[in-house]
Write a protein that binds this ligand. Sequence first.
Ligand SMILES: [Zn+2]
Length: 130
Amino acid sequence: MHEFGIAEAILAAVETRANGRRVRRARVHAGALLRITEPAINHAFTLVADGSLAEGAQVDLVIVPIRLVCRSCDRTATSVDPFITCPGCGGTDIDTEGGDDLVLESIQTAEATHVPGDSRRDRGNPGGPS
Ligand SMILES: [Zn+2]
């Protein structure tokens, strides 16, 4: 259920950015500590976005690595795995920085790509009955 809170946060950001336009795609940077996957977040987003401007939109997820600092040997590293041990000494006494961010990088709106209705195909038919 963790994904739903995140999906709702993404939706709120998307709707603010969309400013009334229909949304096709949203590109989101998520820290590795959030431990979300693209299929899971898309599943949750589909449900929370139902009936909104972002209904049916695809979420492109970019996992942002965590920065690690080992308290034992001061080694720094980055990882997308939140359960890492120190690559220097194998220790688990590690400080992490970042990794819990959730940032909406960009959205793609549906504007000007599809204009429904207004059929005019019944005109310009030479040779037809008059
Ligand atoms: Zn270490």
